[in-house]
Design a protein around this ligand. Sequence first.
Ligand code: GLC
Ligand code: MG
Length: 572
Amino acid sequence: MHSVNTPTTRTRDGADTDWWREAVIYQIYPRSFADSDGDGIGDLPGIIARLDHLVALGVDALWLSPFYPSPQADAGYDVADYRDVDPIFGRLADADRLITEAHDRGLRVVVDLVPNHTSSAHAWFVEALAAAPGSPARDRYVFRDGRGPGGDEPPNSWRSVFGGPAWTRTDNPDGTPGQWYLHLFDAGQPDLNWDSKQVRDEFVEILRFWLDRGVDGFRVDVAHGLVKQADLADWHYPEETTSGGHVEQPRPPMWDQDGVHEIYRQWRTVLDAYPGARILVAEAWVQPAERLAAYVRPDEMHQAFNFEYLEAAWSAEAQRTVIGRSLAAADAVGAPTTWVLSNHDVLRHATRLALPVGAPRPRGIGTDDPQPDTALGLRRARAATLLMLALPGSAYLYQGEELGLPEHTTLPDEVRQDPTWLRSGHTERGRDGCRVPIPWEADSPSYGFGPTDASWLPQPPIWAEYALDRQRDVPGSTYEMYRTALRLRHEHGLGRGGLRWMESPDDVLAFRIGSGTDTGAETGGEVIVVTNLSAGPVALPPGTELVHASGPLTATGQVPTDVTAWARRRAR
Ligand code: GLC
Ligand code: MG
């Protein structure tokens, strides 16, 4: 049943408590992975039917973006009930079956937890709206009187990450204007008050609910946002709303407050009481790396997404610096580093890396924007991926990147669903372009996404070229490049290796990694990684031979520009 890619660490026995330290974790965005019932929205039965893809690819675990009941104001990151499954995705029994079927295949399952805010349709918020100012029901959220005459102005200057004010005014039961509530994201996502004991207790119970059902961990949404500075002080750097701090500015009053750590220490004790190693992964847009490392101290979370790495420019200097800083910061607290290039919130890296080096990361690309060079983007994306998969620690993949999918950069504006597009007054396109349902079969309806042509976002015709069935068993395809990389990564123990930089020209990255036995045996041994970010080809280090590469070498065996090569010492 298992392909040769099945890593031997894929067991759930007690000895394997460190699985997450080097795991490759595949992010499934349920809406867009596989649709079983033809309604154009991916669902849990669809995922179950495609689990063997993850086994063939060779990943260790999957992380599911939210599938809970939700009005879908922010594609499910607005949760109305934390203990059930939205009917568009299936039933609770499907979630149970998914967990079992994944475990049967040696795959671990990480689910998304959204503790910063609920949906405005959550029973607690409905109750809060009906309750009086100052009531216990309102105390679970952040309600305040407005400023100015009649309380007509928002309580402070904070902006929503999606654009517009971070406050919405409520109506009193008699129809007169009432208090305002805080929402750092969409108005349909009211922020919870984490000073409330009820809120804290409820989330411990939610953790237990899913731990009891067998999940192996939680990806914690907006982990740096739960606690706000008590005085809700005005903040005058609106352009930095998503970021947890920049050296040249004071720390924002809504992000990365020291009080969040106490919450994660409590959660850690909850997880540690369960058998096996269950993990917490922080989504925390916090800089610098040293502040992020605080989230993964030994008694807090296990991992944090390395967004500084994701955002690093495609230059040797930027890559070398971010790799070094990330390893040092994580080492200082004994945590593994993580690596990530794409997710459901950013431009897919096959498109992002085609943008001019150092250019700011746009929030979405539309038809009237300059169109990125797809071939250049893919070439760099493959090089970046092969570099990433050689690095020590844990790596995250986002569905479709193993096919080399670019961002959909020509989506008609009318079909956009990300609240960013609306709330920014149509100035930021938002994240729909990385969320388009993925192609499995070139010649099937909806490219094999589902049994019908329906797709909640239209798929571009180029999807046919990227479909899995056009890449499987095709030497040199992006899919086969990933598969081979994951197999070799496992065989050579790259995820747990120590990285040793080698001497190289300034614009070339070169390092040694892996178990370090210099035997040249069929499996195992040290790997020498060369990423060429210079303008011309470079030679592999003397005495080495090629093991894997992100693109063809030159006729004389040199590594061309924007290619990563893995080599090993030639057998004596
Ligand atoms: C996280 C999610 C993103 C969502 C936001 C609000 O950043 O990854 O998709 O919009 O939180 O929940
Ligand atoms: Mg469906």
